[in-house]
Write a protein that binds this ligand. Structure first.
Ligand SMILES: [Zn+2]
Length: 122
C-alpha cells in the first residue's frame, strides 16, 4: 500500500487555496476594468468589455468550484480509506497519475474510456 499522506496534504492545501480564490472572485462583484469616466469612446464599448469580464469571471468561478468539488470528493475518499482506487472499476490508480493529478478519481483506462464516450456522444 502506497503512502498517500503527502498527496493528501497537497490536496488539503490546494482546497484551501481554491476556496480562497472563490471567495475573492465572489467578493470582486465590481467590474475589474477601470471605469473610463468621460471617455470619448462610446459607452457601448465599455459595457461590452464588462460583459466579457463578467462571463470570464463566471467561467472561472465554475471551473474553480468544479475543481473544489473534485478535491473534496477525493479528500472524502481518503478519509474512507479508498483514496487511490478508481471510482469506476475499483482498481488502484497509477501512482504517476496521482503524483501528477492528486484529485484523479479514475484510472487511466477508465478515464480514456470516459473521454472516448464523451467524444462519441457529440
Ligand atoms: Zn478504472
Amino acid at each position: 500500500m502506497a503512502n498517500y499522506s503527502e498527496l493528501y496534504e497537497r490536496l488539503k492545501e490546494e482546497k484551501r487555496q481554491l476556496a480562497e480564490k472563490l471567495e475573492q472572485l465572489k467578493a470582486s462583484g465590481q467590474p475589474l476594468v477601470e471605469r473610463r469616466e468621460g471617455s470619448p469612446f462610446g459607452k457601448r464599448e465599455e459595457e461590452a468589455s464588462e460583459t466579457l469580464e463578467l462571463e470570464k469571471r463566471l467561467a472561472m468561478g465554475k471551473k474553480l468550484s468544479d475543481t473544489l468539488a473534485r478535491i473534496e470528493h477525493t479528500l472524502q475518499k481518503y478519509e474512507a480509506g479508498t483514496y487511490g482506487l478508481c471510482d469506476s472499476c475499483g482498481q488502484v490508480i497509477e501512482q504517476e497519475r496521482l503524483e501528477a493529478l492528486p484529485q484523479a478519481s479514475l484510472c487511466l483506462k477508465c478515464k480514456a474510456h470516459e473521454t472516448n464516450e464523451a467524444k462519441g456522444a457529440r
